[in-house]
Design a protein. Sequence first.
Length: 184
Amino acid sequence: MKGTAVNTSKTLPRLAAVIAVSLLALTGCSNETTPAEPEAVAASDVVTIEDAWVKSADEGMSATFGTLVNSGDEDVTVVSITSEASAMVEPHETVENDAGEMVMRKIDAGFIIPAGGELELAPGANHIMMMDLTGPLTAGSEVSLTLTFSDDSTYEFSAPVKDYAGAEENYEGGEEDMDMDMDQ
């Protein structure tokens, strides 16, 4: 039986060279590879609002309600809010003052939505206060609002306007208190 002669004097050195180069390439790659830094996730990518609605009002003030949901791994802070329906929009809370009255006041630090959690905005509690309305808010219409987060990202949403009677509080703001009659 005749076989094919292999010249091992040329093949083995080539094979050794290929293996050596491959090992050097792999070693070089492993030294250069570092764990990837986790990419920062914009707050606007992890925050949504559920069941949003705005209280109808002919003039003056109104409020926006719903549930802000944070699906991210970090707390998110809403630092400002805007809407074409209102000249001034602020994050507000409702608290009891020294006289035992329920009053609304601005939350200077903004709303904090916990990581993996939610923040309820409800009449008589935390809410988005809309002051100096630019026109009537009639039931059945919609209002657009834009939240700005501490990372400067933004989230825009629309909410239907609804009639609502209840949650009668005063607004505690600056030198004069304005009555916010939510029974309109």
